[in-house]
Design a protein around this ligand. Structure first.
Ligand SMILES: C[S@@+](CC[C@H](N)C(=O)[O-])C[C@H]1O[C@@H](n2cnc3c(N)ncnc32)[C@H](O)[C@@H]1O
Length: 205
């Protein structure tokens, strides 16, 4: 099962579900308004654009329903903002533990963040974010993710040419004329015990 957290208008979930009808997708967002259109669409017959392998849930990452415990083999968070961005970019343990709770052992957590130090300065300051440098990752993020049950196994930046592969509405919006720098990290859900694997840095991927 694949969870898209902060799914926005559900575009990634809908397109992926249509492409892979044998996989089940759950789109979760704290706001439901942007999901109205796609929620109507998924209930159509598959020949008319429906997707029976999709579920949308209105919930905050801080408060995920217990029914989701252990269901996810993959969790995606594309272009998070607000409290979700803060939790993922600062490694806030309480929210990360919530995400860990919905993961099956070995599940992957894939986070894609696009922040421009200049254009997004106000939001970066408001949320108290630190630059996603290698030093920050090694000294702060890896230990915090680990404490919440995630091993960060890959981290890097993507060149502008890879933006089109990200099939989300915000990827299209943020791509713009001057794309923002794009960072990603991939973590794996681990049990309470285990050896941390070595981090693979790719820049750009
Ligand atoms: C920039 S949009 C990205 C939407 C989508 N992933 C995309 O790439 O098009 C960020 C989304 O994160 C959601 N969000 C922010 N904080 C959240 C939280 N704590 N829990 C769940 N969703 C959250 C917002 O409601 C918004 O829809």
């Amino acid at each position: 099962m694949i969870i898209d957290l902060g799914t926005g208008d559900g575009s990634f979930v809908y397109q992926s579900a249509r492409r892979y009808p044998d996989r089940f997708y759950i789109g979760i967002d704290a706001q439901s308004r942007a999901l109205e259109k796609v929620s109507e669409k998924v209930h159509r017959k598959p020949a008319k654009g429906g997707a029976p392998n999709v579920l949308f849930i209105q919930a905050a990452a801080e408060d995920l329903p217990p029914e989701l415990d252990g269901v996810a083999d993959e969790v995606h968070a594309h272009f998070p903002w607000g409290s979700l961005l803060r939790a993922l970019a600062l490694g806030e343990e309480a929210t990360l533990r919530n995400l860990r709770r919905v993961c099956a052992p070995g599940a992957s957590l894939e986070v894609v963040i696009a922040l421009d130090p200049e254009r997004d300065r106000a939001e970066i300051e408001r949320l108290g974010l630190s630059p996603l440098s290698l030093e920050f990752l090694e000294t702060i993020l890896i230990p915090r993710y680990w404490a919440a049950g995630f091993d960060i196994v890959e981290y890097g930046s993507l060149p502008p040419s890879e933006w089109p592969q990200l099939q989300t509405s915000w990827a299209r919006r943020l791509r713009g004329a001057t794309p923002r720098p794009l960072s990603f990290l991939i973590a794996r859900a681990v049990g309470d015990a285990g050896d941390s694997t070595s981090l693979h840095i790719s820049s750009p991927r």
